[in-house]
Design a protein around this ligand. Structure first.
Ligand code: AMP
Length: 214
């Protein structure tokens, strides 16, 4: 099964991807995580990407497309893409890459969410520095403040989760990524999920939808 998760920043893409990864045994590919890894390791790609990420802008397509082609060449099938594609050009490139590797997209899951809810969620979002487990200080707080329940790692706020960058990321999403909803709707691949109450409450229905398409 090959899936795409589409949604505004903070809609719950990472949380859903991690659940799908466990439930369906798919490999989780997050372009945001890949960029953050490069930034942490201070690679040339990381140094370039951080200039865009810190401003809430998309990293240029040719860089991101190459990153994904490299990942898919290794993984080939049974994956969930989180954060890619983010515009029509990337979606067309993904079509080309998948055709080249003879793989088919099963579905694109769109996480729909009220913008007011999303800003509050992002401001309260934390993740584990070591294992990446996601938390929310209001909806899903850790048992001990600033400590990961799963591995004891330190919980941190993402550098781009500040109000200025959040507004830019949201605008970028509206302009560049939202048109993908129609792109995948036209291909008959779209599954819509409303996430105003949180993605975890919607999982049972989603598993049913995915079962039909498997
Ligand atoms: P995310 O963790 O998915 O919210 O991504 C964090 C940041 O990484 C985004 O705000 C972008 O700057 C960059 N990024 C992630 N995925 C992509 C992509 N497919 N194309 C361009 N930039 C991306």
């Amino acid at each position: 099964m090959q899936l795409i998760i589409l949604g505004a920043p903070g809609a719950g893409k990472g949380t859903l991807a991690k659940n799908i990864q466990q439930y369906k045994k798919l490999t989780h590919i997050s372009t945001g995580d890949l960029f953050r890894k490069h930034i942490k390791q201070q690679t040339d790609l990381g140094k370039l990407a951080v200039r865009y990420i810190d401003q809430g802008l998309l990293v240029p397509d040719e860089i991101t497309d190459d990153l994904i082609e490299h990942e898919l060449e290794i993984i080939r099938s049974d994956f969930v893409l989180d954060g890619f594609p983010r515009n029509i050009s990337q979606a067309e490139e993904l079509d080309r890459i998948m055709k080249k590797f003879d793989i088919k997209l099963t579905a694109c899951v769109h996480l729909d969410i009220d913008p007011d809810i999303v800003i509050e969620r992002l401001v309260n979002r934390r993740s584990c520095l070591d294992c990446g487990a996601p938390y929310n200080l209001i909806m899903a707080p850790p048992k001990v403040e600033d400590v990961c329940d799963k591995c004891g790692g330190k919980l941190v706020k993402r550098a781009d989760d500040n109000e200025d960058t959040i507004n830019h990321r949201f605008e970028t999403y509206r302009q560049e990524t939202e048109p993908l909803v129609n792109y995948y709707q036209d291909k008959g691949l779209l599954i819509e999920v409303n996430c105003d109450r949180g993605i975890l409450t919607e999982l049972d229905n989603l598993w049913q939808d995915l079962l039909v398409r498997e």
